[in-house]
Design a protein around this ligand. Structure first.
Ligand SMILES: C[S@@+](CC[C@H](N)C(=O)[O-])C[C@H]1O[C@@H](n2cnc3c(N)ncnc32)[C@H](O)[C@@H]1O
Ligand code: SF4
Ligand code: SF4
Length: 494
């Protein structure tokens, strides 16, 4: 089995930077596969260069790199039936939610503090609580100041698209290379069921007219970004009964206009959030409904399946949120950027990543060569680095992979409402929510699991094992698949 060159504790939080620097400067490359590239075969090298450290634009990168959002742009120019920007809960992870709004100066102090403390940081985004292109002055001065201090940080912006065409030239000038547009429809009749009003050219529009204007501006903005070579990600909220089937059409439109990624996200709809959809009982999709739609979209615009629907002030690797460590009251009054931790981390990752890619290629080949048509849905407890390295009871989410004739593909993640093992012992009631979140999953891989939860999972038809603790995820799944379906099979996971 492949072993990491340094302890995983030093690669993932809390980071021991001395260990990182020592490992990074010890000279030579011990990796057997140094030089292996994670670049997908069908991607141009220059595009890969622009996304390889971006946790949202590359699924592979999200095992290593972190983003942070700064909530500097609270104003919005439209109303979506699924959004209530007034609702705020520090414990909740959901788009639009923030604990504190920041001025550009405060954002600057926060980003430098995080960059000094979180070596995985590679991306700074503005993603709510309002619209970055509408609340433009604050977005622009934030990006201007931070890119001067930390020139290699990638700038990322998220918008509903209405004000986007007016900002494209500025975005290109400022080197903003990644722009997300939320596009939920291309048919204004469907749009009228999602957007009650928009505010455009100093006027309020409603109904189909509002949705038509929004649609035209979104398409224009997307085309303008594509013409300037800026990478675009399209977010679509999947709203069952309103736009779920229509998203096949949206996918075609955005692909034709050069979108780089399409991120179909489930509607989050809870009456407690006070949104129109929450209060009218509009439900979100189940994980399996989302997967079915995503499967139907394969072959169109490339899909993002690893979105975590982060808070507008999220900090850290996707799936973790360290925002509470960097609230305003904890930030120093003055701070100077120190690039040493980020640089050391990047060197470590470059080595670890080469090994991971080689291991992944070998595992995928093993699964493809195994003479079995069967598919296996596997949930993995991981805290980063592409390894099975988290205790079952500590997992806040599981990453889900499908193994089958096509190899090993990342399918998505399943959030767990409350961890099974908070404080060292499990609660059966919590395990029920974990089992519900694992709908359709056949096997769980984790670093450690006790006999009791293992038995309860088995009774629910889900097998769990720590046989591959700390192994690369794909290597573990490849060996599991072989054990289950290979000709040399002797035992299945008990
Ligand atoms: C909070 S918005 C901020 C950026 C910008 N105003 C926009 O709408 O794109 C970021 C993302 O969260 C999504 N979002 C907001 N509320 C949501 C909900 N209840 N369920 C799913 N996605 C939601 C939006 O659709 C958007 O893609
Ligand atoms: S555009 Fe974004 S911030 Fe504005 S209401 Fe919609 S989701 Fe919320
Ligand atoms: S919401 Fe999705 S796309 Fe945005 S930072 Fe989080 S994971 Fe990335």
């Amino acid at each position: 089995m492949n072993q990491p060159m340094i302890s995983l504790e030093s690669l993932f939080q809390p980071i021991d930077v001395d260990a990182l620097e020592k490992a990074a400067t010890s000279g030579g490359c011990a990796s057997s596969s140094c030089g292996s590239s994670a670049k997908p075969a069908d991607m141009a090298a220059d595009v890969w260069d622009r996304i390889k450290d971006h946790p949202c634009y590359s699924e592979e990168a999200h095992h290593y790199f972190a983003r942070m959002h700064v909530a500097v742009a609270p104003a919005c120019n439209i109303q979506c039936n699924y959004c209530n920007r007034k609702y705020d809960c520090a414990n909740e992870s959901r788009p639009g939610v923030v604990s504190e709004k920041l001025t550009p100066d405060q954002a600057m102090r926060k980003v430098v503090t995080v960059a000094n403390e979180v070596p995985q940081l590679s991306v700074l985004g503005i993603a709510g609580p309002g619209d970055a292109c509408y609340d433009w002055t604050k977005s622009k001065s934030t990006f201007d100041a931070i890119s001067q201090q930390i020139p290699d940080i990638k700038l990322c912006i998220s918008t509903n698209g209405l004000a986007l065409p007016d900002r494209v030239d500025d975005l290109a000038r400022m080197n903003v290379d990644h722009v997300t547009i939320t596009i939920n429809m291309v048919d204004p009749e469907i749009g009228a069921q999602i957007y009650p009003w928009i505010y455009y050219n100093k006027r309020r529009y409603e109904g189909i007219e509002a949705a038509r204007i929004l649609h035209e501006r979104q398409m224009l903005g997307l085309e303008m970004l594509t013409a300037r070579g800026i990478l675009t990600k399209i977010n679509s909220v999947m709203i069952p009964g309103i736009n779920d089937q229509h998203l096949l059409e949206v996918n075609k439109w955005v692909k034709e206009r050069g979108a780089f990624l399409h991120n179909v996200m489930p509607l989050i709809s809870d009456p407690a959030h006070g949104t129109h959809f929450g209060l009218t009982g509009q439900r979100g999709p189940t994980p399996m409904e989302l997967k079915e739609l995503q499967d139907a979209l394969e072959g169109g615009a490339k899909l993002m399946r690893h979105c975590r629907q982060c808070r507008a002030d999220a900090v850290g690797l996707l799936g973790e949120d360290r925002g509470q460590e960097f609230t305003l009251d904890q930030l120093p009054e003055t701070i100077t950027y120190d690039p040493s931790k980020r640089e050391a981390y990047r060197e470590i990752v470059a080595r670890e990543r080469g090994d991971h890619v080689a291991a992944k290629e070998a595992a995928v080949a093993t699964v493809k060569e195994t003479a079995a048509d069967a598919k296996l849905l596997v949930a993995v407890a991981t805290q980063g680095g592409g390894r099975v390295n988290q205790h079952f009871g500590h997992a806040k989410e599981f990453q889900v992979y499908e193994a089958g004739p096509k190899g090993i593909t990342f399918v998505g993640h399943r959030k767990v409402e409350a961890q099974y093992c908070e404080g060292g012992w499990g609660e059966d009631a919590t395990l029920d929510t974990v089992i519900a979140a694992l709908e359709g999953v056949q096997v769980v891989l984790c670093a450690k699991i006790g006999e009791c939860p293992k038995d309860l999972l088995t009774a629910a038809g889900i097998r769990a094992t720590d046989d591959w603790g700390f192994e690369y995820i794909e290597t573990a799944i490849g060996e599991l698949y072989l054990r289950e379906f290979g000709v040399e099979t002797t035992a299945a996971v008990a």
